[in-house]
Design a protein around this ligand. Structure first.
Ligand code: G3D
Ligand code: MG
Length: 174
């Protein structure tokens, strides 16, 4: 009997890297989203069926507020999280440099190391890139995650990244 899982996935990353756009791309494609909004956060729901028939309900958490969020909401945002999507914008190196702080914030709330994927988003803007696949891979390796170059605009590798994370979480649960 295929099992059913319900997972909480949290997106992190600097403002304007594309967090909301990635969720919109991933969730809305099928119009099966539902939102729960609390101050500063938004939760979208998406059902996935993995290759082996496993059904996964992803609750995808997004940050709506300003950077002050980190102190205000971090406890409830990361509480019970199963996995992290760490988003950077390849056209702004600063968004990569800021990632260790985000990971540090997660670690201050969640004791165990969570499965994570590291996205270099806006891959469609390659001509104005300030860093590339090599740097995002290095960042991912540092935290034992996997790197993807994504584009919320074209949809490139967006499903792959979310699905990989779900599979990785479930693998580690077994
Ligand atoms: P955030 O939720 O991380 O703050 P948003 O980021 O999803 O709001 O995206 C910020 C801006 O980047 C938006 O532009 C959005 O359209 C754009 N964007 C997001 N992902 C991509 C991408 O993959 N490629 C390109 N070219 N743009 C992207 P606006 O102009 O609406 O502020
Ligand atoms: Mg947003």
């Amino acid at each position: 009997m295929p099992k059913e899982y319900k997972l909480k996935i949290c997106l992190v990353g600097e403002p304007a890297v594309g967090k909301t756009s990635l969720i919109r791309r991933f969730v809305m494609d099928k119009f099966d989203d539902r939102y729960l909004t609390t101050i500063g956060t938004k939760v979208s729901k998406k059902e996935l069926v993995l290759d082996d028939g496993t059904k996964v309900i992803l609750m995808v958490w997004d940050i709506m507020g300003q950077p002050s969020f980190r102190q205000m909401l971090k406890e409830s945002y990361f509480y019970g999280a199963n996995g992290i999507i760490a988003v950077t914008d390849i056209t702004r190196k600063q968004t990569l440099d800021a990632m260790p702080d985000w990971i540090g914030t997660i670690r201050s709330v969640v004791e165990k190391e969570l499965p994570a994927v590291f996205l270099g988003n806006k891959a469609d803007l390659k001509d104005s890139a300030q860093f590339g696949e090599e740097e995002i891979k290095q960042m991912a390796e540092m935290y034992k995650g996997k790197a993807f170059l994504t584009s919320a605009k074209t949809g490139a590798h967006v499903n792959e990244a979310f699905t990989y994370l779900a599979e990785e979480i479930i693998k580690r649960m077994k």
